[in-house]
Write a protein that binds this ligand. Sequence first.
Ligand code: FES
Length: 214
Amino acid sequence: MGASTEYLDTLNAGDYILDFVGPLGVASHFENVKKVAVIGGGLGTAIAYPQAKKLHSLGAEVDMINGFRNKEMIIIEDECKKACTNLYTMTDDGSNGNKGFVTAKLEELILSGAKYDLVIAIGPLVMMKAVCDLTKKHNIKTIVSMNPIMIDGTGMCGGCRLTVGGETKFACVDGPDFDGHLVDFDEAIMRSKMFKSQEEMSRQNHRCRMEGMN
Ligand code: FES
């Protein structure tokens, strides 16, 4: 969505960026998980995939549920198939033959008797919020991966601030994984729109420079 992402997308194999810092934040820990549902929403699937793969390699039974707007937007389906026990790929419009949101599939599995120790949800904020509302009802521990706007990535600028369990946290140093039942999603959704106009300006300017129109 951002100008920097668009810029990265203009690079070709062999091009480079000046600096890359990482890994940052806290590593995920998934020991002693026996049965888990890993949910990927849209591009969040790319981040959910290594989590599912790791859990699967640790011996957990992994149900992966990925959701996309339509079948053209489905990504890494074959990779995900290999990284889990059961894969459910859902589309909003049903164009792949599986119509529905990830939450509907998750609820169906829970109601049909799946006993999850853990749910991991990675994707758009509204999707992670909806998953957490559902798992709260069923009392299943849920980890979400928060991706607020980050600037320095080292805990200094405060751009990635979140409220978790009433405390201020920085996604870049304290996260990105958090207990989804404690995250203040309404605040996170509001903050995610904070720089929308600057982002748009940056995109416009960026485009002009690339096309040599300035
Ligand atoms: S990105 Fe600046 S504090 Fe996290």
